[in-house]
Design a protein around this ligand. Structure first.
Ligand SMILES: *Cc1c(COP(=O)(O)O)cnc(C)c1O
Length: 227
């Protein structure tokens, strides 16, 4: 079996080369290791190799594993969140990358307690029916609607690229998110600071980096295929 360390080094080499290609600095890219379906011992191994941010897509799975991980690892929710699990998600995660409805936003705002909740808005840039996320043409309005929810802090946008091998289709999808990110940054919404453009997974992160992603979410390329 190929080691996590070797896999990570390969990902980092590809990140470096994609950055060189588009004149960017590697230091501005945040790597989130997506640990869904991965046993805690293997997550710990990745952490030992320098992983500082991890992503999970299910509350229950995260809850069963997070207690075994060091406190300082940053935890991202990258999967769809049901409104009735918002409270639990706030206990478990440092950032929720999958804000995809006003109903969920209101519930998170209500449950937030003392501290402001860092979130990314998920946009369905591919238009695939199976994917969650706000429609691109509704995203800027959505951000404006969030302005009144004072306990939220919107730190950027997230998307999952289309399920295809067609590089042009994938690139268009990422380009759409990048345009929205730039437009959103100009709106000057008080609780909205466009810092993170989260796009790119194992199969498409190099395209995402060329399209200005500064946060990529990698599972398979680090941990190998999931069961
Ligand atoms: C599973 C998942 C990833 C990682 O996918 P890989 O193809 O294994 O790299 C990234 N983002 C989200 C939202 C995911 O659900």
């Amino acid at each position: 079996m190929v080691s996590i360390r070797t896999n990570l080094e390969k990902v980092q080499e590809k990140m470096a080369s994609a950055c060189r290609k588009s004149g960017r600095k590697e230091s501005e890219i945040t790597l989130v290791a997506v640990t869904k379906g991965v046993e805690p011992v293997r997550i710990l191994e990745a952490i030992n190799c320098g992983v500082k941010e991890i992503g999970e897509n299910r509350i229950q799975e995260a809850d069963s594993k997070f207690g075994l991980l060091p406190q300082e690892v940053r935890r991202h929710l990258v999967g769809h969140l049901q409104t009735n699990k918002a409270k639990k998600a706030l206990e478990l995660f440092d950032m929720i990358q999958s804000l995809d409805s006003l109903k969920l936003a209101r519930e998170i705002n209500r449950r937030s307690g003392e501290k402001k909740v860092p979130l990314l808005v998920e946009v369905n840039t591919s238009g695939e029916a199976a994917k969650t996320g706000i429609r691109p043409q509704e995203t800027l309005d959505f951000l404006q609607q969030l302005a009144e929810l004072e306990n939220l802090i919107i730190l950027g946008l997230m998307t999952v690229g289309p399920l295809t091998d067609d590089q042009t289709v994938i690139r268009n999808s990422f380009h759409t998110l990048r345009n929205l990110f730039e437009q959103a940054a100009c709106l000057n919404i008080p609780n909205c600071k466009m810092e993170y453009l989260s796009m790119g997974m194992s199969s498409d992160f190099e395209i995402a980096l060329e399209e200005s992603a500064n946060m990529i979410r990698i599972g398979t390329a680090i941990f190998g295929p999931r069961n």
